[in-house]
Design a protein around this ligand. Structure first.
Ligand code: BTN
Length: 259
């Protein structure tokens, strides 16, 4: 099987998510990848917009038709994409192993220059489910690659960084990063198709584990120490400040600090 079966590069699109969803609905084979230099209506999780200047981030969506992925394991697709990109980004930017972490549910982060975590990339998973199976899925990732700190939007600058900044202001080549990502995605996805998921990598790379987190879900907040992630459900496991154990299966970590 050719990997990917289809890949197209665009200068400007509204959102690569829309493009790949349309491809899948029209019958395109997996794995299908759309890459954009710029998006006019980039979408983030929870209805947020996703902005990046032209050519300064790697913006792409990957379309999958998993053969036998149970709906309850749909979260493993964005997790697989995140793991492939984490490894690719460390290599392409020449970063020390352990510079980049995953932050539940689907962010890639690094330790900030002062205290706290700063976001490098975000992943958006959109699945179509049929009879308890994932019939198709579009997983989008936007990673701040060659973006200079001096050009970060002031409102989010304290909470973000880029591979370029982490690499000591060395320019980052998006094509090299894309190649490194696809080379890692292929074996990881083949494994997933055979029912194998890198539970160890997924757990070991979670920056939240042992930290105190505040998680927001549907207007509610849970505060406590993150103890890990559930390999079956993908839930964030939190030993709550309220004395109860929580398995949080959706939401956002809005604060994360050393416990
Ligand atoms: C998030 O952290 O909120 C997820 C951001 C996902 C952004 C990427 S950029 C490429 C793809 N196309 C989109 O419109 N969104 C995703």
């Amino acid at each position: 099987m050719t990997f990917p079966a289809r890949i197209e590069r665009f200068r400007t699109v509204d959102s690569t998510q829309r493009i790949v969803r349309e491809w899948l609905d029209a019958g395109t084979d997996e794995v299908a990848v759309a890459v954009a230099e710029y998006q006019t209506a980039g979408r983030g999780r929870q209805g947020r917009e996703w902005l990046a200047p032209a050519g300064k981030a790697l913006l792409l969506s990957v379309g999958f038709r998993p053969r036998a992925l149970a709906a309850q394991h749909a979260w493993r697709l964005p997790a697989t994409v995140s793991l492939a990109m984490r490894d690719a980004a460390e290599e392409a930017a020449g970063l020390k192993d352990g510079t980049l972490w995953l932050k539940w549910p689907n962010d890639m982060v690094a330790e900030g220059p002062r205290v706290g975590l700063v976001k490098v990339a975000g992943v958006l998973g959109e699945s179509a489910l049929v009879d308890d199976r994932v019939e198709s899925a579009v997983i989008g990732i936007g990673i701040n690659s060659d973006w200079r700190a001096t050009d970060f939007p002031w409102a989010i600058a304290p909470a973000m960084t880029s591979l370029r900044e982490l690499a000591g202001r060395r320019p980052i080549d998006n094509e090299q990063l894309l190649d490194a990502f696809l080379a890692r995605l292929e074996p990881r996805y083949e494994g997933l198709q055979r029912g194998q998921f890198d539970v160890g990598g997924w757990s070991a790379n979670q920056v939240t584990t042992t930290r105190h987190v505040d998680v927001e879900l549907a207007g509610e907040r849970v505060g406590g120490t993150a103890t890990g992630v559930d390999p079956e459900t993908g839930a964030l496991l939190v030993s709550g400040d309220d004395g109860r154990d929580h398995a949080v299966d959706s939401g956002e970590v809005i604060r994360c600090r050393v416990a």
